[in-house]
Write a new protein. Structure first.
Length: 431
């Protein structure tokens, strides 16, 4: 037990150190993120020392259960690809520019419009896709307009990691935790809507109080003209995403697993796009963009953390954690602890670990509270989620100074009241 706990702890500490001090490893012209390399090494050590049983890991990966990480990865990657396809065709940029045109010269109007657009698109896509799509755009426009990008960047980040709670597909942690306990699309939505709306409203209010003075100057630049050149494929992408979301909601009533629905949607879209490209005698640019931008690093990361949890579970450590939490006050205990642990090890490892802890509780409110903590935990420090890591790296590449201290300062101001507001509403809806 001691050896397993030490290896797991060292792996988590090394991962955090890597994210903070050497996030990328340069290999000639290529670079790879260190966070998944560190966790992969930790998983290999656990397997090599026998702390994690190889046969148990193999059985878990082959199991026909909702908690199978391969199914969860297939679902998340498929939904991400559907969203990236739209981004490759200019869908998100078009909406962002529409908000800019509506704002005119008013920064205040732009602030609220941007928050609304990011929130809406996050609900039907995912927080990671929005972060990757909107952050460079905000930086570009702010420089062109001569305005401070920080209020808009923080608003985007808060909106993307708050409204990602609304649907089960909004965050890989939602998918993992809900899937692990058989929470279907509709049941999840029934309990998540009000806490999400409340957290989103509280977050927006705090953001306004923080930045209202900075938003008084007029906007000097103007939106660029964005033309949607391939409306046929864009329409197909929207139809596939919409149909996939609808089938995710009704599929369980017909025995359809969510990962199968998502994979079939991607397969159908790819076949359609390839056929259109062949007919036009052009390269399938949108498909190639999807293949380049898919978050492949998530695969070794999730699988490595899954191995770590199997090792901890085999040693009885997860049972000890569940016993420590007790059998009452699940919403506050699991909501706050998942929020804090996300900022120690990242929200995906936290979700994998807590899924095992929650098995001894069998409490839907506890599962939902953990989902809340996993999403809002992303706002507190850059460690909290992959979205924070990606967002910080984009800002650094564009020369925007937004250090660890400023992240925590703004993050604490927004995330703490949003967390307790969401948990309070969750208590009411689960009575």
């Amino acid at each position: 037990m001691v050896l397993t706990a030490v290896i797991a702890a060292l792996t988590c500490v090394s991962m955090i150190a890597g994210v903070l001090f050497f996030p990328k490893l340069r290999l000639g012209k290529f670079s790879v993120s260190t966070f998944w390399i560190v966790t992969l090494i930790g998983a290999c050590i656990l397997l090599a020392t026998g702390a994690a049983d190889i046969s148990a890991v193999a059985d878990a990966l082959a199991a026909d259960t909702a908690v199978n990480p391969l199914k969860i990865l297939a679902l998340f990657l498929s939904m991400t690809v559907l969203s990236v396809f739209l981004d490759e065709l200019g869908f998100f940029r078009y909406f962002a520019n529409a908000a800019l045109r509506r704002a005119g010269t008013s920064q205040k109007r732009l602030f609220f419009l941007l928050y609304a657009v990011v929130s809406l698109l996050t609900v039907f896509t995912s927080n990671d896709v929005i972060i990757l799509s909107f952050t460079p755009f905000i930086l570009y426009f702010s420089k062109r307009a001569g305005i401070d990008p920080i209020p808009y960047l923080v608003a985007e980040f808060v909106a993307a990691n708050t409204w990602s709670m609304a649907l089960i597909i909004g965050n890989p942690t939602n998918i993992y935790l809900a899937g692990a306990f058989g929470v279907d699309f509709v049941t999840y939505l029934e309990y998540s809507v009000l806490p999400t709306v409340c957290a989103g409203g509280v977050g927006l209010l705090v953001l306004w109080l923080l930045f209202r003075k900075k938003l008084s100057a007029p906007i000097e630049g103007r939106a660029e003209d964005v033309v949607l050149e391939d409306k046929l494929q864009l329409g197909a992408g929207i139809v596939h995403l919409g149909a996939c979301t609808l089938l995710l909601a009704v599929g369980p009533y017909f025995g359809l697993e969510m990962w199968i629905v998502a994979v079939c949607a991607v397969g159908s879209l790819f076949l359609f796009s390839l056929a259109v490209s062949a007919f036009r005698r052009r390269k399938p640019a949108a498909l190639l963009g999807c293949l380049r931008r898919a978050p492949y690093e998530l695969v070794p990361f999730v699988l490595s953390m899954f191995v770590m949890v199997i090792a901890l579970d085999a040693q009885g450590i997860t049972d000890m954690v569940a016993s420590f939490f007790g059998e009452s006050g699940h919403i506050v205990k699991y909501g706050v602890s998942s929020f804090l642990v996300s900022n120690l090890v990242n929200n995906i490892p936290m979700s994998v670990l807590f899924s095992s802890v929650l098995e001894s509780v069998h409490s839907l409110p506890a599962v939902l509270a953990t989902v809340v903590g996993s999403n809002l935990g992303a706002l507190f420090t850059p460690i909290g989620a992959l979205a924070g890591i990606m967002w910080s790296s984009i800002l650094a590449r564009h020369g925007v100074k937004y250090g660890y201290g400023k992240f925590i300062l703004y993050g604490a101001a927004v995330s703490l009241p949003a967390l307790f507001a969401a948990l309070g509403v969750l208590m009411l809806v689960t009575l």
